[in-house]
Design a protein around this ligand. Structure first.
Ligand code: ZN
Ligand code: ZN
Length: 440
C-alpha cells in the first residue's frame, strides 16, 4: 500500500511538472486573473527549461552545429539540423528562404503574428579552443555564438509547441542566414518573412555580462556600421590623385571633430589606401588611388547624414585636385548595417519578461554599444527589440570576446535563452488578446 501511494505521488508529480497550465477558457473557475495566469505560464516555461533532459538536448544540438560551422548563405547542413528537429516536433516550416533560411510557425495560424529570430552563420576563423566538439572544418568557426542562438530558438519552439493550443495568435520562428555579412536579414525581409508580423524579438549572447544577465536598452542600442570605398582618378596628366586622397583623409577627420554633435559620438575611420607603385618605382604618379573605411553612429539621422557627408567630402577634394571619383557606400563587398533602434514598447515587454525569467537583479538597462547587428533591418520595418543574454563565466574561463579564436559559450545559459524567447512570444500574444478584449 505504501508503495502504491508513493507510485501515485510520482504520477501526480509527473503530471504537474510536465502538463501545460490549462488555457483560460478551460480553467476550472474561468476567471483566473491575467497576472496570475501569466505567472502560471512563466513558471511552467521555467520548469520545462530547467529540466535536465531539455538542457542536454539543446547542448547536443549546439555542439552538432558547432562541429560543422558554415559561413553566410552556406548554412545547408545547419538548416538541415533545424528542419530535422522541427519535423520531430511536428512544426510546420518554409524552406529554403533566402538560400538557406528556415521560417517555422506555431500557433493558431491566424493573426496577430509575433516573430523570434536566430542567426545561423559562422565566421572564417580557425578555432583554437581544444575541446571534444571543436570545429571539424578548417578555417571556420562559430565564434559569435550563432550555434547557441539556433539551439535556443529550437528550445523555444519545443516549449511553445507544448503551449500551442493556448497561443492567441501565431509565433514565427526565423532562422536567418548570413548575419555576419550584414545581408541575411535584408534577404529574409525581401522574402516577406515579416509581412503582417506585429513585433519581433532577438537575443544575442555576450561575454560582457555574467551568465544569465539580460541587458538591453530602449531606443538607440547598437551603432550603425557603414562602409565606404572611393576610387579617385586623375582627369589630366598633371593631376595627382595621391594629393586628392591625402586631402580627403584629413577632411574626413574634420567631419567628426568639427561638424558632428560631440554628444552623438560618431566615428569615421579610413582603414585602407591603395595606390602608386608596389615595386619601389618612385617617379611615376599613379592614375588612380583607392581609399576605404568605415563609419559608425547611434542615431539613424546621424548615420545617414554621415554617409552623405563622406561622399561630399571625397568628391569635393577630388575636384580641388583635378580628379574625378566614384564613392561606393552600398557595395556588396562592404554592406552597411543601420543603427539598431529598439521600440520603447517592445523594450518594456522585454524588461517585464526578463524580470520574470531571470529576476530583477539580473535584468539591466545599459548604455549603447558600438557593435552592430543586422537585426537592425527588421527594426526598420516593424517594432521590436534586441536584447543581450550574458554568458561570461570567469571560473570556467569563458571570457573571450566574440570573433576570437578562443571564443566559447557557457552552455548553462541555453535553457534561459529558450525560456526568454518563448515567454517574449507567449506573453506578447496573451497581452495583445486581452487588450483587444478591452477595446471591444
Ligand atoms: Zn559576430
Ligand atoms: Zn553575432
Amino acid at each position: 500500500m505504501k508503495k502504491m501511494i508513493s507510485l501515485l505521488c510520482f504520477i501526480v508529480v509527473v503530471i504537474i511538472t510536465t502538463a501545460p497550465p490549462p488555457s483560460s477558457s478551460s480553467s476550472s473557475n474561468g476567471d483566473l486573473q491575467n497576472s496570475s495566469r501569466v505567472k502560471l505560464v512563466d513558471d511552467y516555461i521555467l520548469r520545462v527549461a530547467n529540466d535536465v533532459g531539455f538542457g542536454d538536448w539543446m547542448k547536443n544540438i549546439r555542439r552538432e552545429i558547432h562541429e560543422y560551422p558554415e559561413v553566410g548563405f552556406e548554412e545547408t547542413r545547419t538548416s538541415s539540423v533545424i528542419r530535422r528537429e522541427l519535423e520531430k516536433m511536428s512544426i510546420a516550416y518554409r524552406w529554403p528562404v533566402a538560400s538557406t533560411g528556415v521560417v517555422a510557425t506555431i500557433g493558431s495560424a491566424l493573426p496577430p503574428f509575433v516573430a523570434l529570430r536566430a542567426d545561423m552563420d559562422a565566421l572564417p576563423i580557425q578555432e583554437l579552443v581544444e575541446w571534444e566538439h571543436k570545429s571539424k572544418i578548417d578555417g571556420k568557426m562559430h565564434a559569435c555564438g550563432h550555434d547557441a542562438h539556433v539551439a535556443m530558438l529550437l528550445g523555444a519552439a519545443k516549449i511553445l509547441k507544448q503551449l500551442e493550443n493556448q497561443l492567441q495568435g501565431t509565433v514565427v520562428l526565423i532562422f536567418q542566414p548570413a548575419e555576419e555579412r550584414g545581408e541575411g536579414a535584408k534577404e529574409m525581409i525581401k522574402e516577406g518573412v515579416v509581412e503582417n508580423v506585429e513585433a519581433i524579438f532577438g537575443l544575442h549572447l555576450v561575454v560582457s555580462s555574467d551568465s544569465g544577465v539580460v541587458v538591453t536598452r530602449p531606443g538607440e542600442f547598437l551603432a550603425g556600421c557603414g562602409c565606404f570605398k572611393a576610387l579617385i582618378h586623375a582627369k589630366t596628366a598633371s593631376s595627382n590623385p595621391i594629393l586628392a586622397v591625402s586631402a580627403s583623409i584629413i577632411s574626413l577627420q574634420h567631419i567628426v571633430s568639427r561638424e558632428a554633435d560631440p554628444l552623438d559620438t560618431p566615428v569615421v575611420s579610413v582603414a585602407m589606401v591603395d595606390g602608386g607603385s608596389h615595386d619601389d618605382t618612385l617617379n611615376v604618379i599613379p592614375e588612380s588611388v583607392s581609399i576605404a573605411g568605415t563609419f559608425r553612429a547611434f542615431s539613424k539621422k546621424t548615420f545617414y547624414a554621415l554617409g552623405q557627408r563622406i561622399q561630399e567630402v571625397i568628391k569635393a577634394q577630388a575636384g580641388v585636385y583635378g580628379c574625378w571619383c566614384v564613392v561606393d557606400l552600398e557595395g556588396n563587398e562592404y554592406p552597411s548595417v543601420p543603427p539598431t533602434v529598439n521600440d520603447k514598447r517592445i523594450y518594456e515587454h522585454v524588461i517585464q519578461v526578463s524580470n520574470a525569467i531571470v529576476g530583477k537583479d539580473n535584468t539591466q538597462t545599459t548604455q549603447p554599444f558600438m557593435g552592430s547587428e543586422d537585426f537592425a533591418f527588421y527594426l526598420e520595418k516593424i517594432p521590436g527589440a534586441l536584447a543581450f543574454l550574458g554568458m561570461r563565466n570567469a571560473k570556467a574561463g569563458l571570457v573571450h570576446s566574440p570573433h576570437s579564436p578562443y571564443y566559447s559559450v557557457d552552455e548553462q545559459v541555453l535553457p534561459t535563452g529558450s525560456a526568454l524567447h518563448a515567454t517574449f512570444a507567449y506573453t506578447y500574444l496573451f497581452n495583445h488578446f486581452n487588450q483587444s478584449l478591452l477595446t471591444i
